[in-house]
Design a protein around this ligand. Structure first.
Ligand SMILES: [Fe+2]
Ligand SMILES: [Fe+2]
Length: 211
């Protein structure tokens, strides 16, 4: 498995659920509420899983590869985007399903999520494939799938301050020195020893403790 593929798969499912919503008769509020309830919970769980597992790993491999500024920018953008998505989901909950205001809030969530997914796929996921080895991507995929499975019915949506989030992760990554991982380093080290180091970084501070 590969965590970047699981994230892409989730994005596809989110696009599919938004497309299904567009095709439900607006008078069929029971179906609209059921599909939106599934999508709203999924958007929040997906963002929380990325914040618990993917972005800490991206920051760590970026720091080790002397790409700190780049991965920090990507993470700051992503956490800000996740807040926008969570806020749009909350806004929809304030209106009767099927009302004009509800449709406007769902459309806002679709725009925020669509813009975010495109950026995440173009930047964070691409960088992570370049910087992280297959074993780490597999191990993180297992953790990501388990996190989402444990929280299948949803998580408490909590907006995060992007800068505080990055600082907190970097404090936990204090043992990761810049330049300790070169791009293409797998060619010069055994894959198993390198991935063991990377996984230990992640495990040391980011085994999801709740959820
Ligand atoms: Fe995502
Ligand atoms: Fe995301």
């Amino acid at each position: 498995m590969d965590i970047t593929q699981l994230i892409l798969d989730d994005h596809h499912e989110q696009r599919r659920l938004f497309a299904i919503l567009e095709q439900v008769d607006r008078a069929d509020t029971e179906s609209l509420a059921a599909v939106w309830g599934r999508l709203a919970a999924f958007l929040e769980v997906h963002a929380a899983a990325e914040e618990a597992i993917f972005y800490p790993a991206l920051l760590r491999v970026g720091i080790a590869a002397r790409r700190k500024a780049g991965v920090e920018d990507e993470t700051l953008d992503a956490i800000g985007d996740h807040n926008e998505i969570r806020d749009a989901v909350s806004e929809a909950a304030r209106h009767p399903v099927g009302s004009d205001d509800w449709y406007a809030a769902v459309a806002g969530a679709n725009v925020a999520n669509g813009d975010h997914m495109a950026e995440e796929e173009r930047e964070g996921l691409t960088d992570f494939r370049r910087l992280a080895g297959l074993q780490q991507r597999h191990d993180l995929a297992v953790a990501f799938a388990a996190y989402e499975a444990r929280n299948i019915t949803g998580v408490e949506p909590v907006d995060k301050d992007p800068a505080a989030y990055v600082s907190q992760v970097e404090e936990g990554a204090a043992g990761v020195s810049e330049g300790s991982l070169r791009i293409g380093g797998l060619r010069n080290q055994s894959a198993s020893s390198l991935s063991a180091v990377r996984v230990s970084w992640w495990l040391s501070s980011h085994v999801p403790s709740t959820a």
